[in-house]
Write a protein that binds this ligand. Structure first.
Ligand code: PLP
Length: 381
């Protein structure tokens, strides 16, 4: 019997490469270039290569990556930005904290990503402010329907920022040519990535990066992240302290080498789970042909209330989670937007029925079998 299966086992992950990590951190200590040091430059270069993107600007975290992107794209206070109502707080939090107005759209119940028809509905609604941008979120590790989103954006002249916080390493495939792949975060005007420790590529603290192929946006982000400096003590913009720590870059450089192997292992685990859960009545993830899935979260949906299933699994020592129990339109902090219960039925359904079970690369077959039998017991027991 398995004693405890965490949502993610970082201790096991770190143990595999402890010496490399210790050496990387020591290098930074020896160099004492703790902020925007040379490891940050190297990491940005490696990310550019990995993502096949022209610019990668290391920043303090994924939330700031979105916030800086909004500012760099000239989104102004009082302007509307569409985002999915079912995502982590930070997507809409970034919009609201630059003074813009989050405009929520519902999700597609199969992918949990923003629904294209909901975006169109939202755009057509009359309101007393202008909508200027869309932030699709590549939720749980698979890309939103970017071709359709970019088509809408072109039609209505909207900017598009990808929230790729959960999807670093996922591939988006062009609908006209499935063999042409691009990395999540490199498809729209710019993309925001989080390296929060629990992400598939996680730092030892907060870190994030902005990806873009647009030189002007890249230059603006570069200046904004560093107090509006281009040259030290000469401030040409109202910037922030949103720089990346060198120690985080050094750690991320070590881990980046393993990312594709880890993501493949997650996919193998999902393949096994999906097979074993085929006849269990639980809905396993749907992956559209335009994207790969890196399974930051492996999310299942049953007809039962998720809190009950999670409670049962936790009693069995399995750290199942709910991402997310309350959609954003029902969060207290967004009450001023005056949405109400029932406005986004698909998001409300997902919040009640979706559960995430551990899927991290180091899971053993014994652990997976234990999760499967416990889940079946929860569903049918
Ligand atoms: C979808 C989404 N957006 C934004 C963020 C914010 O990233 P960070 O925690 O690095 O600020 C996260 C991180 O958890 C996220 O999952």
């Amino acid at each position: 019997m398995c004693q405890y299966i965490p949502a993610l086992d970082l201790k096991k992950q770190i143990a595999h490469m402890r010496k490399e990590l210790d050496a990387a951190i020591k290098r930074v200590i020896d160099n004492t270039d703790f902020i925007l040091g040379k490891e940050v430059d190297y990491f940005e270069g490696e990310v550019r290569k990995y993502c096949n993107v022209k610019y990668a600007i290391g920043v303090s975290n994924g939330s700031d990556a979105i916030r800086l992107s909004l500012i760099a794209l000239n989104i102004k206070p009082g302007e509307g930005v569409i985002c999915p109502v079912f995502t982590y707080y930070a997507t809409a939090g970034a919009i609201a904290t630059v003074g813009a107005i989050p405009v929520f759209a519902d999700i597609d119940p199969d992918t949990y990503n923003i629904s294209v028809s909901s975006i169109e509905k939202v755009i057509r609604k009359k309101r007393d402010f202008k909508i200027k941008a869309i932030i699709p979120v590549h939720l749980y590790g698979q890309c939103a329907d970017m071709d359709s989103i970019l088509k809408i954006a072109r039609k209505y002249n909207l900017k598009v920022i990808e929230d790729a916080a959960q999807a670093f390493g996922a591939d988006y495939k062009d609908s006209g040519n499935l063999s042409r792949k691009r990395k999540a975060g490199t498809i729209a005007d710019c993309g925001a990535v989080s390296f929060y420790p629990g992400k598939n590529l996680g730092a030892f603290g907060d870190a994030g990066i902005v990806l873009t192929n647009n030189k002007v946006i890249a230059e603006k982000i570069n200046i904004l992240r560093n107090q509006g400096n281009k040259q030290r003590y000469y401030h040409i913009a109202l910037g922030f302290n949103n720089r990346m720590d060198t120690i985080q870059a050094a750690v991320l450089r070590v881990k980046l080498k393993y990312l594709d192997t880890w993501n493949r292992k997650r996919q193998e685990n999902v393949h096994y789970f999906n097979e074993q859960l085929k006849d269990s009545g639980i809905k396993t993830p749907f992956v559209p042909k335009y994207t790969t899935h890196i399974y930051h979260q492996y999310v299942l949906c049953s007809k039962f209330t998720n809190t009950k299933i999670v409670y049962f699994l936790k009693s069995k020592g399995i750290d199942a989670r709910i991402f997310y129990p309350l959609p954003l339109h029902l969060q207290k902090c967004f009450a001023y937007l005056r949405y109400k219960k029932g406005d986004f039925p698909e998001a409300e359904k997902a919040a009640k029925h979706a559960i995430a079970i551990p899927v991290y690369p180091d899971l053993t077959k014994e652990e997976m079998d234990y999760i499967i039998s416990s889940l079946k017991e929860a569903l049918h027991g």
